[in-house]
Design a protein around this ligand. Sequence first.
Ligand SMILES: [Fe+2]
Ligand SMILES: [Fe+2]
Length: 398
Amino acid sequence: MNRILFVDDESSILSGLRRMLRPYRKEWDMAFAESGAEALQLISENPFDVVVSDMKMPGMDGVELLTKVKALNPDSIRIALSGHAEMEMLLESVQVTHQFLAKPSDAEHIRNVISQALALRDMLNDDKLRACISNIEMLPSLPDLYTRVTAIAASPEGTLRDIGQVVAEDISMSAKILQMVNSAFFGLAREISSPEEATTILGLDVVRSLILSVKIFSSCEQASKILDLKKLNDHCHQVGMLAKAIATQEGMSKKACDFSLMAGMMHDIGKLILTTAYPEQSAKIYQNEAHTPEWQSETNIFGISHAQIGAYLLGVWNLPNPVVEAVAYHHMPEKAVDHRFSPLSATHIANLLVIEHRDKLQGIQNNTLNVSYISRFADENKLNQWRALASKILEEAE
Ligand SMILES: [Fe+2]
Ligand SMILES: [Fe+2]
């Protein structure tokens, strides 16, 4: 049974949680602590799978507690519980927190957030994944430019303009970003010519994921003997754009739309890692025109797929959880805990539609879209609307 620890200095909040979460006591072993010190004491007796902590507490605050928890049990899931006025603390806690819960949250929401995080952890903690990762000598490290941009973003004085200036120093990155912002997809009336301006238009999350995807693609040079990197890069780009367009049409929040774009841009990144680590076996999978889906062949040979390994890397890099989740489950969305329309749904559907469009151009029959997962959200009519979005984006890309 998973062990969950809740920490809050206000005893009324703690007893509220205790009462509200009673129905789940058969699936979770729950404990409640009124201070960071008490929490650490309980943890030292027996570690917890999940620690949900209030941020603002006298003595040891939430950031300090979760930092200690991370050092003690790196495997544990750390969730920040916070009120609205604590924005600054939340920003501080980003490095040590997996998820955020706003106060007040209802029982079902808390349960969803926790179960989702646990399911993802179990998926990425799989023994086969561990064995596979330990064979990979060097996971690509976080690009320097990304770290710098993130640091500016985290500092209270940092502006998007500053970020644009840092990006401008990197010529290939500036070119990519300008290309993206000037693509027909954004529908801007005029040409944008400076990276500063482009950054302001794209927004921080998008710029960061562009940096990641561009750097990963260029650092996996070796893989180009086996994979057509340009093709894969274009595919990821198209899926990202389409995922965002679908999310927007579904009326998702700006944040969720950006997460969809990020997830789409990085959904197949695991292929680069597998190819770099296992060139011979990967060549067999990726150069084979057989009917078995690639992720299935990967699972047969390596025990895991590019989806899991990509998600693992993004998780290690601390990317937002919805992005990690979308990448992890993009080939099996029905395995995810949350059944509502999410960045995962947008990414999954966009990937299938991009492939369907490509197959159609090549005269290949493709029936993969008739799946029950999609019919949860879309009838034939809506599916055709999404297809139209796909054609628009893909024709512009060509
Ligand atoms: Fe994939
Ligand atoms: Fe894909």
